[in-house]
Design a protein around this ligand. Structure first.
Ligand code: CP3
Length: 350
C-alpha cells in the first residue's frame, strides 16, 4: 500500500493535475483524433493493416499508431486508438467501414432486429483493444497521461439504429418517439457494455476515460435529460462502483447551455467544450464547476496563419486562469497541415 500522497508526486502528468483541478501556467494539450490521417506515418500503417477495423483490432499496430503523435509532437496525453463502434460490434451487430465514407452497421430498427444482437458484449471481441492498452502503457513516457474512451449511449445508438452517420440523427429520434421502450433497451445494453469496457481499459492501465457524445447537441432539454444525462450518469456510477478513483471526462458536444446540468447530474470530473460555445458562459458557468477541455475550432487549425495565433490566445484568455486542458472542439481534420499543429504547440507552450 502506498502513502496517502503517493498519487500527487512531481512526476504526475500535467494532464492529470489539470483534471484534478489545478491551474497550470502552461495548459496540457492533446487533440481529439490526434492519431489519424493527417499523419503520413498513420497513413502508412493504415495501408499495411488493409482496413481501419483491422488496424483497431491489431494490438501491435494500434499501439504504434497511438504512440505516433506522442513521438512526433510530445502531446501531454495519448488517446487509445480504437473506435466507439467496437462496442456495438461486441454486442453482435455487423460493422464495416466504407472507404472515404464512414461506418456502416446492420440497422437495429425494430424488436426483431434487437433480438439479433446480444444483451452483453463479448469480452473476447474487445480483448485485442485491451491488449493495445497494456502495450501502450509500457511504452509511454511517465509525463504522458493515457486516455481510454467509449461512445456515449445516445451517440452509439444513433449509429446502431440508422446503420450509419446521419446529419440530424433522424432515425434514432424517430425510434425513441415511436417506441421509447425499445430505444431504452438499446440504451441499456450500451450502458452495461460501456461500463465493462471502460473498467477493462482502466484495469489495463489508462489514467482517465472520455465519454464521447458527439450528437448530444441535437437533443432538446427533456430528451437530453433522458437519453444523454441519465445513461451517462449510469456509466459514471457503474465505473466508480468498481474504480472509485477513476477520472472521467464527459464530452456532450454541442450541448451548450445544458452542460452545467450535465456536469452536476452525471458527476464527471471534467468536460469537453465544443468550438462554438459562448466562452464567457463556459468560463463562468462550467469551469466554475469542473476543469474544462477544448475548444479551438478544427477549421481554424486547418487554416493556420494569424487567425490561428489569435484564436489560441482567445481560448487561453478565456480558460487559462482555471483548470484547463487545451484541445480542439472536435477531431482534427484529415487535411490539416502538420506545420499548423507544430505552430499550435509552440503557441500554447510559449
Ligand atoms: O482520437 C483519437 O485519436 C482516438 C481514436 C478515435 C477514432 N474515432 C479513430 C478513427 C476516437 C476517439 C474515435 C471516436 C469516434 N468514432 C466518434 C466520436 C468522436 C467524433 O469524432 O465525433 C465517432 C462518432 C466515431 C465513429 C466514426 N469512426 C466515424 C463517423 C468515422 C468516419 C469519419 C471519418 O473521420 O473518417 C470513423 C472512422 C475513424 N475513427 C477514423 C479514425 C482515425 C478514420 C478511419 C480511417 O483511417 O480510414
Amino acid at each position: 500500500m502506498g502513502w496517502p500522497m503517493s498519487t500527487a508526486t512531481k512526476h504526475e502528468p500535467a494532464f492529470l493535475k489539470a483534471l484534478s483541478g489545478q491551474t497550470l501556467s502552461t495548459p496540457p494539450i492533446w487533440m481529439m483524433r490526434q492519431a489519424g490521417r493527417y499523419l503520413p506515418e498513420y497513413r502508412e500503417l493504415r495501408a499495411k493493416a488493409g482496413s481501419f477495423l483491422s488496424l483497431c483490432y491489431n494490438p501491435e499496430m494500434a499501439a504504434e499508431v497511438t504512440l505516433q503523435p506522442i513521438r512526433r509532437f510530445g502531446f501531454d496525453a495519448a488517446i487509445l486508438f480504437s473506435d466507439i463502434l467496437v462496442v456495438p460490434q461486441a454486442l453482435g451487430q455487423k460493422l464495416w467501414f466504407v472507404e472515404g465514407e464512414g461506418p456502416r452497421l446492420e440497422p437495429v430498427a425494430d424488436a426483431t432486429r434487437l433480438g439479433e444482437i446480444n444483451e452483453r458484449a463479448d469480452p473476447d471481441l474487445l480483448a485485442p483493444v485491451i491488449e493495445t492498452v497494456r502495450r501502450v502503457k509500457t511504452s509511454l513516457p511517465q509525463e504522458t497521461a493515457f486516455i481510454g474512451f467509449c461512445g456515449a449511449p445516445w451517440t452509439v445508438a444513433t449509429y446502431m439504429v440508422a446503420g450509419r452517420g446521419t446529419p440530424d440523427q433522424g432515425p434514432a429520434k424517430a425510434l425513441f418517439g415511436s417506441d421509447p421502450a425499445l430505444f431504452q433497451q438499446i440504451i441499456d445494453r450500451i450502458v452495461e457494455a460501456s461500463i465493462d469496457y471502460l473498467c477493462a481499459q482502466i484495469e489495463a492501465g489508462v489514467d482517465a476515460v472520455q465519454i464521447f457524445d458527439s450528437w448530444a447537441g441535437s437533443l432538446g432539454a427533456d430528451d437530453f435529460e433522458r437519453w444523454c444525462v441519465t445513461p451517462t450518469r449510469r456509466i459514471v456510477d457503474g465505473v466508480r462502483a468498481r474504480h472509485p478513483k477513476s477520472r472521467i471526462i464527459g464530452f456532450p458536444r454541442g450541448a451548450g447551455r445544458l452542460i452545467p446540468r450535465y456536469v452536476a447530474a452525471t458527476g464527471v470530473d471534467a468536460v469537453g467544450l465544443e468550438s462554438d460555445i459562448d466562452r464567457a458562459f463556459a468560463r463562468d458557468e462550467i469551469q466554475s464547476l469542473v476543469p474544462v477541455q477544448g475548444n479551438l475550432d478544427p477549421l481554424v487549425l486547418r487554416s493556420g496563419g494569424p487567425e490561428l495565433e489569435r484564436e489560441v490566445e482567445a481560448v487561453r484568455a478565456a480558460f487559462g486562469d482555471g483548470p484547463f486542458v487545451f484541445n480542439l472542439g472536435h477531431g482534427i481534420l484529415p487535411d490539416t497541415p502538420i506545420a499548423h499543429v507544430e505552430r499550435l504547440l509552440a503557441a500554447v507552450r510559449a
